[in-house]
Design a binder for this molecule. Structure first.
Ligand SMILES: [Zn+2]
Length: 422
């Protein structure tokens, strides 16, 4: 981790502030600016954790802070410890400790053994801009807190970041929800991660997910979730990227001066629009986008040199082919619309499912304009499998949607995703 001090700014400061907030040392939501409030919070945190209170977040301070980003810590069991007493001491619940340590018998805890203790808050942050680093904290934290969640890496980006998939459930119906094919639509990443976490929490607590028994869902469905298909692009948009990679992207963006940089960036870091890179009418997408002037790597709308030329779309394609998905949902922003067709092709049951999703979210079922009808993930999934594949354009406003829209997005889309689970 970067050493941060008074005057620092950017995405690393967001992570620092998030950790301090979760630890109880900073009240306001992270803003990415290391000012007086953050300085005082770092000092108080350092004092409390036995460090010299110099107000500089260096390696030793980070070492103590990181567990708040992972959302759990480990300790050695002492005589007299019970899940209940530990839960009371650390402000969490006995159920969540039990869930994180399924191999332990609560009536017979081994003194000296190591135990993972989840903090009382959800691990998925929903009050800050996201980055690939934040996703890594969240998904690793999730798999410790809920060991029945499996984490896979389905490929790597041009900057060698992993493309992650979370799996939850044990049912025969396989459903795939993916998000952030487009960089400046990153708000869909917390949305999908948060949904997986809420499903897991409801399962552990034996409660409902959007009115459905989590246990019944768990038994009938296996959900695969790819929260961030374009981590390099998300990092570019949210300022969490090395200067060299940012400068290379800026050179690409210079050819398209009407698109704001980096907030208008939708593509992967090499300038391929990942949702125009799938083999479903790709040549037609190429013709349409070339005509509009997107003839070279660009912040958006460049289809790539050939179908699946980008490692990210190739990874999602290959992954899909290893599974047997009954339905897929691809999250984008914005427009409050649900697309369910590829040209005139309408898989059996797709319209009914789309209408149900619309009903619970307040979104509209819509047809895709001809010029946007090709080479997207949904297009390929429908044309390849003839099964329901959806694009959901969540939220309303100008991309990137601000994180302040998150509560509303959650309210609209948790019911929608639960419907998709079937
Ligand atoms: Zn999009």
């Amino acid at each position: 981790m970067e050493t941060l001090r008074y005057g620092s700014s950017g995405n690393a400061v967001v992570l620092l502030q998030l950790a301090l907030q979760r630890a109880g040392y900073l009240r306001p939501d992270p803003d990415g600016v290391f000012g007086t409030a953050t300085l005082n919070a770092v000092r108080r945190f350092q004092s409390a954790f036995g460090l010299a209170p110099d107000g500089i977040a260096g390696p030793r301070t980070w070492d103590k802070l990181e567990k708040f980003l992972y959302g759990f810590f480990t300790l050695r069991l002492r005589p007299g410890d019970t899940f209940y007493r530990l839960a009371k001491r650390y402000g969490t619940t006995a159920e969540s400790i039990a869930a994180a340590n399924p191999e332990l018998d609560p009536a017979n805890l081994p003194v000296g053994g190591e135990i993972a203790v989840p903090f009382g808050y959800p691990v998925t942050p929903t009050n800050v801009p996201w980055s690939s680093e934040l996703l890594e904290y969240a998904v690793r934290g999730l798999t410790v807190r809920y060991p029945f969640i499996r984490l896979e890496t389905i490929g790597h980006t041009p900057l060698l970041k992993p493309i992650r998939v979370l799996r939850i459930g044990s049912g025969r119906r396989e459903v795939f929800i993916n998000a952030a094919h487009h960089a400046n639509e990153w708000i869909t990443s917390p949305l999908v991660t948060d949904f997986v976490e809420s499903f897991a929490a409801a399962y552990v607590n034996k409660t409902e997910l959007e009115g459905k028994s989590a246990a019944a869902l768990y038994a009938s469905v296996t959900l695969y979730a790819a929260p961030m298909v374009d981590p390099d692009g998300v990092d570019l948009v949210n300022g969490a990227i090395r200067d060299k990679a940012k400068n290379a992207a800026r050179l690409i963006a210079d050819d398209y001066p009407t698109i704001p940089f980096p907030s208008g960036w939708k593509a992967n870091i090499e300038g391929t629009d990942l949702n125009l890179n799938y083999p479903a009418g790709w040549e037609e997408a190429e013709r349409i986008k070339y005509e509009k002037g997107f003839v070279s790597p660009a912040p958006r709308d460049f289809v790539g040199s050939s179908p699946l030329s980008a490692p990210e779309s190739r990874a999602v394609y290959d992954f899909t082919r290893t599974r047997d998905f009954a339905a897929t949902v691809s999250y984008h922003t914005q427009g409050e619309e649900i697309y369910y067709k590829y040209l005139d092709e309408e898989p059996e049951g797709a319209r009914e499912l789309a209408l149900k999703m619309a009903e619970v979210s307040g979104y509209s079922v819509a047809d895709v304009p001809y010029e946007s009808s090709f080479a997207g993930y949904k297009d390929w999934f429908i044309s390849e499998y003839g099964r329901p594949g959806f694009t959901v354009e969540a939220g309303r406003g100008i991309n990137p949607l601000p994180i302040s829209q998150y509560p509303r997005l959650r309210r609209e889309n948790f019911p929608l995703m639960t419907v998709a689970l079937g």
